[in-house]
Write a protein of this length. Sequence first.
Length: 250
Amino acid sequence: MKIFYTKRSLLIILAFLAVFSLGYLSGKWSGGGALPTMGLIAKEMPIFSVKKSNEVCLTFDISWGEKTLPLVLKVLQDNQVPATFFLSGPWAVRHPAEVKTIVDGGHEIASHGDRHINLSQYPKETVKENISKAYEDLLSVTGRVAPFFRPPNGDYDDVVIDTARELGFETVIWAVDSLDWKNPGPDYMIHRVLTRAFPGAIILCHASDSSKEIHLALPGIIQGLRRKGYKLVTLSKLTEGGTIQRIDPR
């Protein structure tokens, strides 16, 4: 049986083989890593989870608003759960009282950068300025910042990861996305987190005002995780004595 190829199909096949060869040679498609969230293929991978027996971490990004945060903090306080909050520098400067409330609640502060832009689309100097400015702002408000950086929109490439590391930060993404930013309903979020969580998982939530339902889902998430035998800890605590996992499990 003869197989006939058009010029278009041959070009597509050749293009695929060329891309696959480059990926294989870089080690990314030979079991050595996973594709980044956005941007170019990254040789350096961020933290997605930590190999731990029974701990998980709730993380909350904040870039705007002040209505959702107190609702989230109340649930965390009522359930005695410490969490890690990734704050954007400009938000922290505008809301020092709210930042103090987070810290006083026993929670950890980490960096969510300065301008909320996709850093993989910018040169190294812009990336450096974004991370450095956010650190200075957070430090001026809180006095202490954990050595973790979550890039805006979870967008990264090698430049972002390397620059953050040069400045003393490990880039952190997440293993489980609650999808609270889509406001899909509390039951959906509870089911999604509980079915996807695993030992050492870093769970993404938001305390920005765009997340309108997370406080309704949190009690079920927390109780469900505890029923499964998980202990909820901050990111710093999660990384203590654990093995960093840089393979994207999503």
